[in-house]
Design a protein around this ligand. Structure first.
Ligand code: HPA
Length: 245
């Protein structure tokens, strides 16, 4: 069974034929919402909306541990994250899709490990390649089958949010080697690794990051919504082809 975590613009997965919903209790508190079980073509799928079904949970307040634990507990064997980002590198224009291959983590104060109880042994997972290469490849194959253009690779900067970045912060992230910026990629990716769940992401570029792009300096949320709506239709099409890839 594949798990899909839907981000901004994907709090409902209309291509999922839902069989049942389940509210999962976890040792880490409440997940963002009920898990929705069903299938997309022949692929057993479980879906959760990262920000809640009413989009009420901001990035820094998402209970990442509860979400990942609940998906594992429900029998998920791999996780595809769908998330929106700002484009820093020139090639990542609004509306582009990418499957990132690296992460730089700038978040702070989030509960970022399952291994921190009083009697827990210290566990340090390898995170050299934060995304699972086999799952990345399956997404890229599905995109090709779906006829959707998607970039292979890119470095994701995870910022704390919920505010957007300053122009100087984006310049710094670019100097650090980041190509796109978002607020939810961490600790989600490392928590999946800790539970040995293959994890990969489909990122949707919603806007030029602050100070990037040609004309307007301000990021228009109305424009972001329009871009996301169009791009998420392409993500749904891609996911429809995932089961046969
Ligand atoms: N910055 C951070 N996160 C984002 C952005 C952005 O510009 N766009 C969508 N998510």
């Amino acid at each position: 069974m594949i798990a899909i975590i839907g981000g901004s613009g994907l709090s409902k997965l209309s291509t999922l034929d839902i069989d049942r919903r389940e509210v999962v209790r976890t040792p880490y508190g409440e997940p963002s919402g009920a898990l929705q079980f069903g299938h997309i073509c022949d692929q057993q799928t479980v879906f959760i909306a990262r920000h809640g079904y009413g989009h009420t949970i901001p990035p820094h307040a998402v209970n990442y541990r509860a979400n990942i634990w609940a998906l594992k507990h429900a029998g998920a064997e791999a996780i595809i994250s769908v998330a929106s980002v700002g484009g820093i590198a020139e090639r990542f224009k609004p509306g582009s899709l990418l499957v990132p291959d690296q992460i730089i983590d700038y978040t702070w104060g989030r509960k970022s490990t399952f291994f921190d109880g009083p009697d827990q042994e210290v566990v340090q997972v390898d995170f050299t390649d934060p995304y699972d290469s086999g799952l990345r490849q399956r997404i890229l194959t599905a995109s090709a089958k779906a006829g959707e253009t998607i970039f292979d690779g890119g470095t994701y900067a995870a910022t704390q949010g919920p505010r957007l970045e300053t122009a100087a912060e984006i310049t710094r992230l670019e100097r650090d080697g980041a190509d796109v910026v978002g607020m939810t990629g961490m600790p989600e990716a490392v928590l999946a690794r800790e539970l040995e769940l293959p994890y990969a992401a489909i990122l949707v570029v919603a806007n030029h990051a602050a100070g990037r792009g040609n004309s307007e300096h301000r990021i228009s949320m109305d424009q972001v919504d329009i871009t996301l709506q169009k791009a998420m239709a392409r993500v749904r099409n891609l996911l429809q082809h995932f089961c046969s890839s």
